[in-house]
Design a protein around this ligand. Structure first.
Ligand SMILES: Nc1ncnc2c1ncn2[C@@H]1O[C@H](COP(=O)(O)OP(=O)(O)O)[C@@H](O)[C@H]1O
Ligand SMILES: [Mg+2]
Length: 288
């Protein structure tokens, strides 16, 4: 293989994301940014290998006719090589304005249902970990994913706390894993449901559910009533916002039903994602 061209797309504190062009084909290379602390470096390399293994597992199971994840090509030393998805992440797509919200909602929900059917919880769902190719969602960034039928002593805490419940925020300001003794599968699936609720909110509203500062995050973490207040504020904003205004007559979404669905996703009680999918399948695909 001859490397023709390479372009750095993102340089986070932990990983460098590079677009490679090799033999007229585009790839993504995800490389840990190695630091002075050997412990952190060890953990970053473990995350890359873990992500590779999860993706390999999904590929081997040939899970769905149109794959809901970015395929792995292989490991290059400590770097993960992925198929390049020719689209943009949901965060950017929301900023640019989304044309077909019902279709994209359906695709995100289907992707998560598919993943859960493979007994995998993603645990770091957020708009920047969902790629949108056309109107199709593909999940990326499986570094925190967990295989549900295995016993887990430790679980990584995602850095993007804005998409997880305050009760799971403990120690998320450190690059560490929690020491909880074990997790049940349903509890882990509910973490993905919670993130999905916040993602759907952002997709339909065009703004984040938690539009708050780090200070408020700390407050909500130690005062559950503060979190309840933030939640009520966010949902009432959705109630009064005119998401139907650019929509042709008779092609509207039931805004109260949307709020109820989001509210149920972020509740501790369980919800069947097929029910959520059915709701968005009834929403007309035009004009939103
Ligand atoms: N397979 C891919 N195709 C195209 N872009 C990608 C791909 N994987 C990642 N990206 C881009 O790189 C960003 C970061 O990738 P991600 O795997 O989430 O790394 P990080 O762990 O640093 O968040 C994504 O938000 C997306 O914009
Ligand atoms: Mg990411």
């Amino acid at each position: 293989m001859t490397k023709d061209h390479s372009q750095i797309l993102k340089l986070s504190p932990f990983f460098q994301i590079e677009k490679l062009r090799i033999n007229d084909q585009d790839y993504i290379k995800k490389t840990p940014i190695l630091m002075h602390e050997p412990q952190i470096n060890q953990r970053l390399i473990e995350m890359i290998v873990h992500e590779f293994e999860i993706l390999q597992m999904l590929q081997n199971q040939k899970v769905s006719p149109n794959d809901f994840f970015a395929k792995s090509i292989g490991l290059d030393g400590y770097a993960l090589i992925l198929e390049y998805l020719n689209g943009m992440n949901l965060k950017t797509r929301i900023k640019q304005g989304i044309i077909n919200k019902p279709k994209i909602s359906q695709s995100i929900i289907s992707a998560i249902i598919n993943l859960h059917q493979q007994n995998i919880a993603h645990l770091d769902l957020s708009p920047s970990n969902i790629m949108i190719v056309g109107d199709q969602a593909k999940l990326i960034d499986f570094a925190n994913a967990i295989i549900l039928n295995e016993r887990h002593q430790r679980i990584a805490v995602p850095h993007k706390i804005f998409y997880s419940h305050p009760s799971t925020w403990d120690s998320c300001f450190e690059f560490e894993q929690t020491q909880e003794s074990q997790y049940n599968a349903l509890e882990l699936l509910k973490r993905d449901h919670f993130a999905l609720g916040l993602i759907l909110y952002e997709l339909w509203m065009g703004q984040r559910f938690f539009d708050i500062s780090m200070q408020e995050v700390y407050l909500a973490r130690s005062h559950p009533q503060q979190w309840e207040m933030l939640k009520i504020q966010a949902l009432s904003k959705l109630q009064t916002c005119h998401i139907n205004k650019i929509c042709p007559k008779n092609k509207t979404i039931d805004q109260s039903a949307l709020i109820e669905i989001i509210d149920r996703l972020i509740q501790p009680s369980n919800i069947n994602l097929n029910e959520v999918l059915e709701f968005f399948e009834q929403v007309p695909n035009l004009g939103l």
